[in-house]
Design a protein around this ligand. Sequence first.
Ligand code: HEC
Ligand code: HEC
Length: 300
Amino acid sequence: MNQGSRRMRLLAFCGAIVLVIAYFLFTPPSVDNTAVISSSDDAIARGAYLVNAGGCVSCHLAVNDDGSTNSAILSGGHALVTDFGTFFAPNITPDVDTGIGNWRAQDFLRALQHGRSPEGSFYFPAFPYRAYAGLNDQDVLDIGAYLLSLDPVSNVVPEHETPWWLSRFALVGWNLLADLTGGDAPELIAGQEESPLIERGAYLARNLGHCGECHTPRNKLGISQLAQEFAGAQIGEERIEAIDSAALADWDRSSFDLFLLLGMKPDADFVGGDMSDVIEHNTSRLTDADRLALAAFFTR
Ligand code: HEC
Ligand code: HEC
């Protein structure tokens, strides 16, 4: 074989590998094709509860003309200021033109579990999809049922303001890096007596409630370091407290439970900042059983 054709073969071989890798990175993730969104009252009621437990309102709430917010409407526009730009939470009411009126079951599964849009593009992680990735299909579908049952609101939200180097394309690499370098959250203690309760608490804390999005440290690329889960974080100027077992040594189940309901700490101080939003829109609306599960997980 002469030099030229050997080089051509090598090139073709490398090209084929690049194509295969690109195919795996860019093709939309496969999700259950048979899934459908129910319009039953039951599914809608479960979805309404999950939207509270998932803290969706804290970001997707409506912004009035005078800049005040309206947490009864999920038409978006609220600005999320991050180290990587300012992101405006979209309109997730079922308005066909400006919201998600056309969404099907598969769109909800791809968005929440994989961070991918119906067109196959990549969402910015200002949308905490890496936490929601652990949601089970049924919960995602019920969330969809609730969102599609809302009154459609026409509202165009502003474009995100991101630095020039940050594109949706870059997120292919970011997601891969996060998979490779984010580490794993500590295992739950095997065989623990109350493991169903603690597993439910872990699902609420790690996935639906995405407590780690604020409380787990990130590296310079904004990738959560799961091996140091809940060890506290720096977001811009703000230092966010640790809520791992060392930090919560003075808390017991009932004080944690009361905190989730009222925002009051064991020293009778009330929590402030973004956490008061989390209490208002999320944890105070949980059932007694789910609050107990979260308390059991954090004080285990
Ligand atoms: C921390 C803020 C935050 C929370 C909490 C949050 N979102 Fe979002 N969400 C965003 C942002 C920001 C985007 C836009 C991402 C982008 O454009 O890449 C988004 C995008 C979406 C989209 C895609 C909309 C579209 O038009 O493409 C859906 C659907 C969605 N979120 C639903 C939810 C649901 C359901 C929950 C609760 C389980 C939730 N979000 C919680 C910030 C948030
Ligand atoms: C949007 C960001 C954000 C999310 C999400 C979040 N927190 Fe917080 N949390 C904070 C901030 C900020 C503080 C500190 C508030 C202050 O300065 O008073 C805090 C404080 C706390 C404290 C008090 C710690 C102490 O020692 O005073 C606890 C406990 C806590 N959070 C638990 C949780 C749990 C449980 C979840 C998930 C259900 C959660 N947080 C989700 C931002 C967040």
